[in-house]
Design a protein around this ligand. Structure first.
Ligand code: DQA
Length: 166
């Protein structure tokens, strides 16, 4: 996925969606490179593969799922703010590098008060010290870290359970 904004490869879904609960999956910087980016750490699964897997799973439950990836902090904040007025019920978030730096993205999530699960492909606690601190984990419903692409499926299962029984 060389260009996250290209129509062909994009996981940034803007097509018309049927009615039903909505989950937003937010991917931070460099996650557009999944598949080729440090595969020993992040695996070979692409962001497109992850989106396809999540969409199939959510659809089977009558839930709409939208994915948005950006390398820009401001774009991610704008997407979270928009989610606040769009009736998004749940967010699954991999803030990537912004996990460890972004007070502003944290503030956006706190402002819209949409429950969210923090996901990391790698086990951030088994890596460099600077990855051990998250600006999100204390306001998240929970964190899933270290299960590779499967972490998104685990997060989706948890989100679906929450949507059904808040
Ligand atoms: C990551 C872990 C972060 O520390 C890193 O900056 C990423 C990906 C993960 O999914 O393991 O970009 O969020």
């Amino acid at each position: 996925m060389s260009n996250p904004k290209s129509k062909k490869d994009s996981v940034n879904s803007d097509k018309e969606l049927p009615a039903g609960p909505r989950i937003l999956v937010l991917h931070g910087p460099n996650l557009n490179l999944l598949g080729t980016r440090e595969p020993k750490i992040y695996g070979r699964t692409t962001l497109g593969d992850i989106h396809t897997m999540m969409e199939a799973r959510a659809r089977a439950d009558g839930v709409q799922i939208e994915s948005f990836q950006s390398n820009g902090e401001g774009e991610l904040i704008d997407r979270v703010q928009a989610a606040g007025s769009e009736g998004i019920e749940f967010i699954i978030l991999n803030p990537a590098g912004y996990t460890h730096t972004s007070v502003a993205l944290r503030d956006a999530l706190a402002a819209v008060r949409i429950p969210f699960i923090e996901v990391h492909l790698s086990n951030v606690h088994a890596r460099e010290d600077f990855r051990k601190h998250s600006y999100f984990d204390d306001i998240a419903v929970g964190t899933i870290s270290g299960f590779g692409a499967q972490g998104y499926a685990l997060a989706l299962d948890a989100a679906l359970t929450r949507i059904r029984r808040p």
